[in-house]
Design a protein. Sequence first.
Length: 243
Amino acid sequence: MELIVTPTYESMSRVAADRIAELVRANPACTLGLATGSTPEGLYADLVADCAAGKLSFAEVTTFNLDEYCGLSPEHDQSYRYFMNHHLFDHVDIDKARTHVPEPFGADLAEAGEAYEAAIDQAGGVDLQLLGLGHNGHIGFNEPCDFFPAKTHGVVLTPMTREANSRLFAGGIDEVPTEALTMGIGTIMAARSVLLVVSGEGKAAILREVLQGPVTPQVPASILQFHPSVTVVADEAAASLLA
Ligand code: GLP
C-alpha cells in the first residue's frame, strides 16, 4: 500500500486528480469507479479544470459509481446521479451513456444489483476505483457488519451514516433515505487499483483503524490492506493519528 500525506485538502485533491488524469492519458478508454461525498469534490473540480484547459479528455472513458440511495429520483439534488452530473459529467467531454450509477428504482434490489455487476463485467472490470471513507469505516455504503458482502446489494443505512449525511439534506435526517444500493466489498476488491482519499481530523481515528488495525468487516475499509494496488491520499489532519 502506498500512503501519500499532503499538507492540505487542496493538495490532497490535486494529487488524487493527477493519479486519475495519468491513468486516463495512458489508457483513454479506461474504466473508472467513482465515489460521491464531500471528500472527492475538490478532485472532481481539478479534473474539470484539466479538461477545460485541454489537458485531459474523458471522451472514451467509462464510469461506474459505487452507490445510490433508494427512494430519490435521479433529479433529486442529493441523489448520487445528480451529484456526479453536477460535479463532473456535465462539465467534461464524457459520453453520458458510458456513465453508470446504481439504479435502485424498481422493486427488486437483488435484480438491480445483478444487472450492475453484469454491466461492470461487460466493461471488462474497473481499472481504478476511487473511494472516500465513512466515519464508521464504510466504503460505498458497505456498513460495518459480520461479513464482507461480495456483490452489489441493497443495504440498510446505519443511524451514524444517516446522521453524517443529513447535513446535506434541506429537510434534515428525516429526509435521508434509509436504504441504498451499493457495490459489494468483493466488487471493490476486484478493481485493478484503488485510490482512497481521506480528509480532516474527524477521519483521523477511523483512518488509523483502517490502515493499522485488524482486518475486520466491522471496519469495512480495513479489507483494503489485502488489496495488491492501493494508494491512500490523506491530508495531514486525517493522517495525524497514524503510527
Ligand atoms: C457517503 C458515501 C461514501 C462516502 C462517505 C463519506 O456515505 N456513500 O461513498 O465515502 O459518504 O463522505 P464524505 O466524503 O462526505 O465524508
